[in-house]
Ligand binder design. Structure first.
Ligand SMILES: [Zn+2]
Length: 134
């Protein structure tokens, strides 16, 4: 591949204010959803810990082990949600800076629906499919 310079100079089609607002609304809705999921996961972790503290006397080792395992799984889940919240927040920052929502490979605007579904998407659908076929 000798010609890579054309994509660096590819003109970015400006997004309309309406589109930017639409993306912002979608990202904020996603962030709120994730925050709720996170709160639910944290409550679950706390309730599992509560169980373990109050029921230990009656539990045999296997039960205690299962609860520890469940709690670890919940913590992993909560951390995963936190990562996704971070991704959405970074996306919002980049959106405000005018640097969000363009395909990194071809420079085309990424469709609003795709950004709403995958806030961390950096490729348009066409380029993503090309990449997956590689
Ligand atoms: Zn593309």
């Amino acid at each position: 591949m000798a010609r890579t310079d054309s994509r660096a100079t590819a003109a970015r089609a400006p997004r309309s204010e309406g589109e930017t607002a639409e993306i912002r609304t979608a990202l904020q809705a996603r962030r709120d959803e994730l925050r709720e999921e996170y709160a639910t996961a944290v409550a679950e972790i706390n309730s599992l810990r509560g169980d373990r503290l109050t029921d230990t006397a009656g539990d045999d080792q296997a039960d205690a082990g299962t609860k520890t395992f469940e709690r670890e799984q919940e913590i992993l889940l909560a951390n995963g949600i936190l990562d996704r919240i971070g991704q959405v927040e970074r996306a919002l920052e980049r959106l405000e800076a005018g640097a969000y929502g363009w395909c990194e490979a071809c420079g085309d605007p990424i469709p609003v629906e795709r950004l709403a579904a995958f806030p961390s998407a950096t490729l348009c659908i066409t380029c993503k499919q090309l990449e997956e076929r590689r």
